[in-house]
Design a protein around this ligand. Structure first.
Ligand code: F3S
Length: 395
């Protein structure tokens, strides 16, 4: 692989131990995947933030890096931690967990990473442009950046994203190359997609079938940004889809050729079958919305539906701190709280320790959350549309 003089210095340890370690990781990845060179990245999204996912070994690694003076070279944002960083006590997060989580945040902060604490960095200021090379981890954000924005990123892991942030580059392979962005399968959708949960169900179903492929959707007549994020997140979770195209909806769809590709049909039967498969519980102990993190529009919709209502059971809507601030300013947080719900910032359903907080059955409208909750959080799942979930919670 071609390396510039500066990159050779990093590899040789002439720019310190941390950069040597990190650049070596990138060079190794480049060798494995046949990259011809390193490319500069416009931004990085770092995942692997929750103490629940990385534990003590992760915390020690991050503290070691931060202690040795590691500093990011490009704008870098951060995935959700395992708790609301402000209201964790009130929400019942365990003290021992909180202590470790705050140490993790401190280490990231020392490295110059922006404390966005969200899986939707594109909603809070880390918005790449079309065609820009970036190095993002967090599979739902990767899918959104590649598919909806048309930026270019591989599905980075936490360590390779951190390495890209510290070195400012990533190896040029995979989805950074035009030739690897072509669709591998056509998905013809005849099912009617009404609620955001329908997009989650569609994504879950297609991800299972196409695994690492690049689906090209035909027949989705309309989808807003929240629905596209729900679709991509579910496909990235049930499969490993990092890029999809949707006719008339995503920016690269028009230049893609689908002739001769295998076609998968998704109708009402497949969609209903997916709902059935994802529902493993009946009456939820808690409903958690906002996977991926809710946009201001989603919070506004919820507030509108909850105005004057009284909920029988807990309801959280997870979002970024920035979005929560705006929701509070608009009066949405107050309406939701008056009804008995909570706007939970920073964290999310899956990376928070909800199984330690007494919950066993969780209601969600997200295909991604429905995919991970049974394994990561030992939850039975109720997967329904927003209206159906709220109906079950109303007094
Ligand atoms: Fe985001 Fe957590 Fe879902 S990181 S995509 S809210 S599992």
């Amino acid at each position: 692989m071609y390396l510039t003089k500066e990159q050779e210095q990093m590899l040789a340890g002439e720019q310190g131990e941390v950069l040597e370690r990190m650049f070596r990781l990138l060079a190794r990845l480049g060798d494995i995947y046949g990259a011809d060179r390193m490319i500069s990245v416009g931004s990085v999204q770092v995942a692997g933030v929750s103490y629940k996912s990385i534990g003590d070994p992760g915390l020690e690694f991050l503290e070691d890096m931060a202690g040795k003076g590691a500093k990011v070279r490009v704008p870098t944002t951060l995935n959700p931690p395992g708790m609301d960083l402000v209201d964790w006590k009130e929400l019942g997060f365990p003290e021992d967990f909180a202590e470790k989580q705050l140490q993790i945040m401190d280490a990231f902060k020392k490295m110059g990473i922006m404390m966005t604490a969200t899986c939707t960095p594109y909603l809070v200021g880390n918005l790449p442009r079309f065609g820009e090379h970036i190095a993002w981890s967090e599979s739902s954000a990767v899918s959104f950046a590649n598919s909806v924005i048309g930026a270019r990123t591989n599905r980075e892991g936490g360590p390779s994203a951190l390495a890209a942030a510290l070195c400012g580059v990533t190896p040029n392979y995979g989805l950074h190359l035009d030739g690897n962005r072509k669709p591998s399968v056509v998905v013809k959708v005849s099912a009617e997609l009404k609620d955001n949960s329908d997009f989650g169900a569609l994504g879950y179903h297609v991800g299972k079938l196409v695994k690492k492929g690049i689906p090209y959707f035909k027949g989705i007549e309309h989808a807003d940004v929240d629905q596209l994020k729900a679709l991509g997140a579910a496909m990235a979770a049930s499969g490993a889809v990092a890029l999809y195209h949707a006719e008339g909806l995503t920016p690269e769809a028009d230049i893609m050729n689908t002739e001769g590709l295998e076609t998968i049909d998704v109708g009402e039967r497949e969609l209903r079958g997916t709902y059935k498969a994802l529902n493993t519980g009946k009456d939820p102990d808690i409903v958690i919305l906002g996977c991926p993190h809710a946009s201001l529009k989603e919070i506004a919709t919820l507030a509108c539906k909850l105005e004057g209502k009284h909920l029988r059971k807990p309801l959280w809507i997870c979002t970024s701190r920035v979005t929560k601030e705006a929701a509070t300013r608009m009066g949405f947080t107050e309406i939701i709280e008056k009804a008995g719900g909570k706007v939970v910032a920073d964290t999310c359903t899956v990376v928070s320790p909800i199984e330690r907080m007494g919950y066993k059955i969780t209601g969600v409208n997200s295909g991604k959350a429905a995919n991970y909750l049974p394994g990561f959080c030992k939850q039975q799942v109720v997967f329904k549309s927003l209206d159906d979930l709220l109906e079950g919670l109303s007094a």
